[in-house]
Design a protein around this ligand. Structure first.
Ligand SMILES: Nc1ncnc2c1ncn2[C@@H]1O[C@H](COP(=O)(O)OP(=O)(O)O)[C@@H](O)[C@H]1O
Ligand SMILES: *[C@@H]1O[C@H](CO)[C@@H](O)[C@H](O)[C@H]1NC(C)=O
Length: 255
C-alpha cells in the first residue's frame, strides 16, 4: 500500500434515522413516516471528505463484526479508503479517538465532543486544533457567538500549546489564530441557504486535512477559505456523507 497522506483516527458510526412528527414520550410507541440508515461518525466523515477531494487516505477505527460493520467496510472501499487498519470487534462497535504524531502528516485535532478537562497533551501534540463555537466554549470557558469571541477563545487554545487554532462559525465562516502571529483573522464564507448542516464541521475538517497534506505551501488563510467553500457546498443538500462534494463536482481552482 502506498503511504497515505491523510491518516484519520476516529469514530465510525451507522446512523439510524427515524423521521416522525414529534418525539415519543418515555415508553410510548408512535408512527414514523420514514426510516433510513446512513454512514456517519466524525472520524469517518472527515476521512470520506478528504478522500472525495482526491486525498490518499487511511482510516484507523474499529467496527463490530455485524452487518453494520461489514457495510461500513464496504462504504470505505466505495470511497477509495483503504481498510487495512479497520478492525472488527467480536462483541462491540467501538469509536476510538487518539492522536497520531507523524513527521510528514501534520496532526489536526478536532475535539468533538469536547471535554472541559481535556488532557493538556492533546494541545501540545497537535499542530492544529479545529473546533466549532460550542466546543470552543467548553474548552476555554469563553462563550463564542461571533468572530471576536472566536478570536479570544482561539488565543486561549494556542496558549495551551498548539501552533494554530481554527474556530468554525457556521454561516460566519471561521477564525484563524496562529501561535506565530497571534492576531485573530476572520475568514468569512459566502452565506449559503442551508438545507441540512449536519456534518458541515466534518466536511470542513476533512477538506482542511486535504489541503494540509496536498497543498502544504498554500497560505493558511487560503486553505481555510477553500475549506469554508467546500463545507458551504455540503450544507446545501441533505445527509451527512451524502452531501459531501467530490473533486469532479467542484470548481477546479480549488485544486
Ligand atoms: N449557512 C452556511 N453558509 C455557508 N457556509 C456554512 C453554513 N453553515 C456552515 N457553513 C460552513 O461549515 C463550516 C462548519 O460549520 P459549523 O456549523 O461551524 O460546524 P459544526 O457542523 O461542527 O457545527 C463553517 O465554518 C462554514 O465554512
Ligand atoms: C459543535 O459540535 C458539537 C459536537 O461536538 C455539536 O453537538 C454542536 O451542536 C456543534 N455546535 C454548533 C454551534 O454547531
Amino acid at each position: 500500500m502506498a503511504a497515505p497522506e491523510v491518516v484519520l483516527v476516529g469514530s465510525c458510526m451507522t446512523d439510524l434515522v427515524s423521521l416522525t412528527t414529534r418525539l415519543p414520550k418515555a415508553g410510548e410507541t408512535i408512527h414514523g413516516h420514514r426510516f433510513f440508515t446512513g454512514f456517519g461518525g466524525k472520524g469517518a466523515n472527515q476521512c470520506v471528505q478528504a478522500a472525495r477531494l482526491g486525498a490518499k487516505t487511511s482510516m484507523i477505527c474499529k467496527v463490530g463484526k455485524d452487518s453494520f460493520g461489514y457495510d461500513y467496510i464496504e462504504n470505505f472501499k466505495k470511497n477509495g479508503i483503504p481498510t487495512d487498519f479497520v478492525s472488527q470487534a467480536e462483541n462491540a462497535a467501538t469509536g476510538a479517538a487518539s492522536i497520531i504524531v507523524d513527521d510528514e502528516v501534520k496532526t489536526l485535532f478536532n475535539p468533538a465532543p469536547a471535554l472541559a478537562d481535556l488532557d493538556p497533551q492533546f494541545y501540545t501534540h497537535s499542530n492544529i486544533i479545529c473546533c466549532n463555537e460550542s466546543e470552543a466554549e467548553i474548552l476555554t470557558g469563553i462563550t463564542v457567538g461571533n468572530a471576536q469571541d472566536a478570536g479570544r477563545a482561539g488565543l486561549v487554545l494556542v496558549e495551551k500549546g498548539c501552533e494554530m487554532a481554527v474556530v468554525t462559525l457556521g454561516p460566519q465562516g471561521c477564525v484563524l489564530i496562529s501561535a506565530k502571529e497571534p492576531i485573530p483573522k476572520h475568514i468569512p464564507v459566502k452565506k449559503a441557504t442551508a438545507v441540512d448542516t449536519t456534518g458541515a464541521g466534518d466536511s470542513f475538517v476533512g477538506a482542511l486535512a486535504f489541503y494540509l497534506a496536498y497543498y502544504p505551501n498554500l497560505p493558511q488563510e487560503e486553505m481555510l477559505e477553500r475549506a469554508n467553500f467546500i463545507a458551504s457546498v455540503s450544507v446545501q443538500s441533505t445527509g451527512t456523507q451524502t452531501s459531501f462534494p467530490y473533486k469532479k463536482d467542484l470548481p477546479q481552482y480549488l485544486f
